[in-house]
Design a protein around this ligand. Sequence first.
Ligand SMILES: NC(=O)c1ccc[n+]([C@@H]2O[C@H](COP(=O)([O-])OP(=O)(O)OC[C@H]3O[C@@H](n4cnc5c(N)ncnc54)[C@H](O)[C@@H]3O)[C@@H](O)[C@H]2O)c1
Length: 320
Amino acid sequence: MRIVVTGAAGFIGSHVAEALSVAGHEVLAVDAPARSLAPDAARRAWAGLAARPGITTVEADLAVDELDGLAEADAVVHLAGRPGVRSSWGPGRAIAARDNVTATRRLLQACARRRPRVIVASSSSVYGSAGRQRPSREDDPLAPASPYAQSKVEVERLALRAAGDGVPAVLLRYFSVYGARQRPDMAFHRFIEAALDGRPLPMFGDGSRSRSFTHVDDVVTATLAAVTAELPPGVAINVGHPEPVDVRSAIDRLASVLGVPLRIGSRAPVAGDAARTWADTRRARGLLGWTAATGLTEGLTAQIAWHRALRAPADTAEVA
Ligand SMILES: NC(=O)c1ccc[n+]([C@@H]2O[C@H](COP(=O)([O-])OP(=O)(O)OC[C@H]3O[C@@H](n4cnc5c(N)ncnc54)[C@H](O)[C@@H]3O)[C@@H](O)[C@H]2O)c1
């Protein structure tokens, strides 16, 4: 298949683009690395993709540029956007609106003629703190508590409208993804870098917040399954590990993998950060035949190996 992957220079997008090309698909990788909240990492991933057979890279800002490759696409995996609850406050609100909402609106409009399957990245943050007592189900009411979450609710509305107009768009609600190339603003990335430097771990809040932490390999498997599965247009599917872990316990796990005690430097909690995210995964199992396979210890071990490789001298580093 000819598959467009937007946000391909990003954390999840780079893994998805690689996996699709390894599976034999022709991949058109689209990104505007300068729009990334981690432009250096995005440029590095971008160069890695460009060097791979089977992947063509196209720089395009989806909020303003036309994307010719869509006319040929059998499927589009739309991962481009501005992620993150914390950075969406203040001036971040307009960036989230531009790179999430405007970019998605334009992308879906451009898909109206050929009508490829479009997989749109949404987020567990659309549930707010609703997952406190029980796992969040896809039909639960949405309760966005930050500009980022609100932008994803609007992205979901756009995808639903496109589905109503005949574009077979589906939504994947990702839950706290981690693993190699994780974004530098995310908790495990910051924790591991601090631990390797011997600094206190910068933890927001008291560590009682819990997350359905989901390894990127599992996210890739779910996303690739969504490209070819029979799915009702407009359906939303949780892509999250079924067992939430609180941040303190995750830090304990990190300490045991690293084999060193870790100090914590507490910071004020972030407004809009859910107390708990907890994925109900029955729909993913039923529609995609997917359930998360990677446990936290295994996943953290792999992510630590990536951070160590990134720090190794240039002649031995594996930074792809
Ligand atoms: N990582 C997670 O835990 C997580 C959880 C829930 C949802 N998501 C969603 O999944 C998607 C991918 O997340 P990620 O963690 O890989 O983020 P990322 O920031 O690493 O990747 C996003 C990419 O989109 C690109 N981009 C931004 N604006 C663009 C524009 N206007 N035109 C073209 N490209 C643009 C950026 O350059 C970046 O490379 C995002 O939509 C995010 O909101 C991620």
